[in-house]
Design a binder for this molecule. Structure first.
Ligand SMILES: Nc1ncnc2c1ncn2[C@@H]1O[C@H](COP(=O)(O)OP(=O)(O)O)[C@@H](O)[C@H]1O
Ligand SMILES: C[C@@](O)(CCOP(=O)(O)O)CC(=O)O
Ligand SMILES: [Mg+2]
Length: 303
């Protein structure tokens, strides 16, 4: 029996633009998905109600991972048991964390000796297949941890930051939201193209301010990024209410993280305002909690 784990993530800047090769800055957080694999009579998913055969509709990401391992080794009977702290469909990269942790656990179980780069690339392939279109961001962050710049695949200096997360509790399918943006971009290629370029410029500008620890300016850039995410149709009334409640309570900056349309927003705060902002987000109807950025990527927990 082998257990692995991989972190979820937040986007400081650049979600959606990164799907079109523009720059994004994302960071792993201290919420993790844990995957345990063990010998079994067939390829099955373990759940609270017992074991069921792996089903491509029910578990598309896991199914895609197993199909890739069939190309590497003789995959017959293995059980896959997932326990995740990461809210699903909330923009915190649950799909990538589950994907990367499953790849790592199967790699250790079948001794296929994949490098971290191999794992990140396989994970990106899986997300692209399942979502139709995906950037390497989520899977790269879940693999390597820390703060990263995509598409450069560069690990940046790590900053131990506390972030207020507000979850609208509205599930949002990344696949659906990403395809909506793609359709909008088809209808208005120049306008949406320039918006994606501007989001990219925010990411590239933001890197220096993050590295310098100028979080007032980082927050200001997050707010500009939020306005642009609204302009491409990935905001929602609930997300806006949480974003503006956090700013009123003193957040330096706040924005959607991930696909949007529902899911989570994040607020960057000074330490002294953390709980005030978290309470304001809760009062505005969000399930709010404080998470910490994490420098730990995918790892084996027990063998
Ligand atoms: N604990 C889990 N067990 C199995 N699959 C999971 C788990 N968490 C997430 N997933 C998969 O990831 C999908 C959600 O991914 P996505 O729509 O990209 O949202 P996000 O990555 O923002 O959480 C779920 O529909 C499911 O297929
Ligand atoms: C919208 C996007 O930029 C981020 C999606 O993040 P999440 O799956 O909602 O956590 C898509 C991508 O980068 O593949
Ligand atoms: Mg996802």
């Amino acid at each position: 029996m082998i257990t692995s784990s991989a972190p979820g993530k937040i986007f400081l800047f650049g979600e959606h633009a990164v799907v079109y090769g523009k720059t994004a800055i994302a960071c792993a957080i201290d919420l993790r998905a844990h995957v345990t694999v063990d010998e079994a009579p067939s390829i099955q998913m373990k759940g609270p109600g017992g074991s069921i055969d792996l089903n491509p509709r029910k578990h598309p990401y896991i199914y895609s991972v197993v199909e890739k391992f069939k190309g590497l080794t003789d995959v017959t009977g293995v059980s896959i048991d997932i326990h995740s702290d990461i809210p699903v469909g909330s923009g915190l990269g649950s799909s990538a964390a589950v994907t990367i942790a499953t790849i790592k656990a199967l790699d250790a179980y079948y001794e296929t000796n994949l490098t971290l780069e191999d794992i990140a690339q396989m994970g990106h392939l899986v997300e692209s297949e399942v979502q139709g279109r995906a950037s390497p961001t989520d899977t790269f962050v879940s693999t390597f941890g820390g703060m990263v710049q995509i598409p450069d695949r560069k690990k940046l200096g790590f900053h131990d930051m506390l972030i207020v997360i507000g979850n609208t509790g509205k599930f949002s399918s990344t696949r659906k939201i990403v395809s909506n943006v793609a359709a909008l971009r088809e209808r208005h290629p120049i306008v949406i193209g320039q918006i994606m370029d501007t989001i990219s410029a925010i990411s590239e500008t933001g890197v220096d301010f993050i590295q310098e620890g100028d979080f007032h300016t980082v927050g200001e850039l997050m707010n500009i990024n939020q306005g642009l995410l609204d302009s491409i149709g990935v905001g929602s009334k609930e997300l806006s209410e949480l974003v503006y409640a956090s700013r009123k309570a003193g957040a330096l900056g706040s924005k959607i993280t991930g696909a949007g349309g529902g899911g989570c927003m994040i607020a960057l705060c000074e330490h002294k305002n953390l709980s005030r902002v978290a309470h304001a987000v809760k009062r505005a109807g969000g399930d709010s909690f404080i998470c910490r950025t994490s420098n730990t990527g995918v790892r084996i927990e027990t063998k």
